[in-house]
Design a protein around this ligand. Sequence first.
Ligand SMILES: Cc1cc2nc3c(=O)[nH]c(=O)nc-3n(C[C@H](O)[C@H](O)[C@H](O)COP(=O)(O)OP(=O)(O)OC[C@H]3O[C@@H](n4cnc5c(N)ncnc54)[C@H](O)[C@@H]3O)c2cc1C
Length: 489
Amino acid sequence: MNSVQQIWDDANESKMSCEVLIIGSGAGGSPTAALLAEAGFDVLVVEEGRWVEQGTVAPFSLDQMEQQYRGGGVTVALGLPSIAYTEGRCAGGGTEVNSGLYRRPPTEVVERWRDRWDVRDLDPDELMKTATEVETDIHVTHLPGPASVPSQLLRQGADALGWKHDESPRWMTYPDGNPRHGQRQSMTRTYLPRAAKAGARILTQCRVNKINISHAKATSADVSLANGQAGTISFKFVFVCGGAIQTPAILQRSGLRKNIGQTLAIHPTVKLSARFADAINVPDDVPVHQVKEFAPDLSFGGSASHAGLIALSLLDQWSDFKGAIEDWRNMAVYYAAITSEGRGRVMSVPGLVDPVVTYRLTARDRELLRSGLSRLSLLMLEAGATEVYPSFRGAPIIRGRKDLALAQKRFSVNKASVMTVHLCSTVPLGENRQLCGAGSYGLVHETKNVYVNDASLLPDAPGVNPQASVMAIAVRNARHFIAQEKPHA
Ligand SMILES: Cc1cc2nc3c(=O)[nH]c(=O)nc-3n(C[C@H](O)[C@H](O)[C@H](O)COP(=O)(O)OP(=O)(O)OC[C@H]3O[C@@H](n4cnc5c(N)ncnc54)[C@H](O)[C@@H]3O)c2cc1C
């Protein structure tokens, strides 16, 4: 890692230049940087956040939120209800802070993207081959031993109800074979060192404010450096990989607006805490089992559950639920996630650093969230929970099946803590000019050299954890770029 450290420490200048500028070092930006650098391009990666070495902050802790999340993890899409979302802001982006649960995009989803958005040459078989390569590169694997107790409880509840479930593989290595000692194979462990080895420069704590574009051609980017200094980076090509919220904001600040930021798609979730007779809490990891009986519309899984997050899940009905926090070691948080038909917007506003984000759930989304929370409560009862605490204002404590009807009756999405960590589709790719902000390989329509290569490109939400889709498409597009624009070296 020393070589990477050296590169960004040296780069404390107000003017730089490169052949390819990559903005953002997350799941889209890092593989793009590695592949282009290995193909001989002169690559500079700029990343707004810091490089935080894994192991120096506790996973899912407040400290991690402070150091590695945008806005300390407090970001919200306005609406009825407003929906809390989180974005990674550090070298490696979301891959450093996420749960590491890997799901290939389903074939029917890829076919839908190809057909409805008219994505040229998007062949599901080819994309799966690319996914296989990525899986090798980031060590996607199942647990080497038994899953944690909160994970097994999900499985037991699903088994009791005859519902489909499985264990999601993760991008992890297990050096000592202990399933509790996994090391996340995030971008700072995989593609970023690979990019640096191939000669890419990586500059952290450098924020791109705007890309300067004239006659459809971008020439430079205005940046703010870590020391507060303003700088300019000139380039021949630029890849915007800031994630589904920041990428459209950067493009809009640069004057690009057509089909940019108008179709935000997410997987909204609602939550509950379940209390068991025994100590089951695992504060620093998440369950790997997911219940897929109602997928792709509705899935169930487990969330991070340290004491602070248990308290947060009880907060909506704190007056009745607060006693439970004493027993947090016997509790864990679970979620119901839906594939939403609603859409949101990302709007950059002059004078504001971050864009304004809105999201509107449809009536069908609201109904799915209601039935999702109810079914998840049932699942937890079947798993042996003695009490279930749903996260919405006015919620009753559920102690048995008889309480489910009351909880469902009292539920309203507007009273619930709805949140998401899966954001995509703000610059959909494809040839359909009515729907798409970028072409079939990510070149922003009406520009000659501005590419997007991150979660923004997914035409709609994949209905599964999205990082595999983001990475497979990013690798596909990077390869196409390399074939089109051979390096001069
Ligand atoms: C808490 C959490 C849990 C998740 N769990 C999973 C999971 O288990 N499985 C899964 O598949 N997915 C998961 N995800 C989603 C997954 O992490 C994202 O889909 C993926 O990281 C998106 O990749 P990206 O490249 O689009 O954006 P990101 O990975 O977010 O990277 C974007 C990067 O760009 C940088 N950036 C933004 N704007 C600028 C700017 N102006 N200048 C310079 N740099 C900038 C950001 O700081 C960030 O580092 C999770 C996400 C979160 C937040």
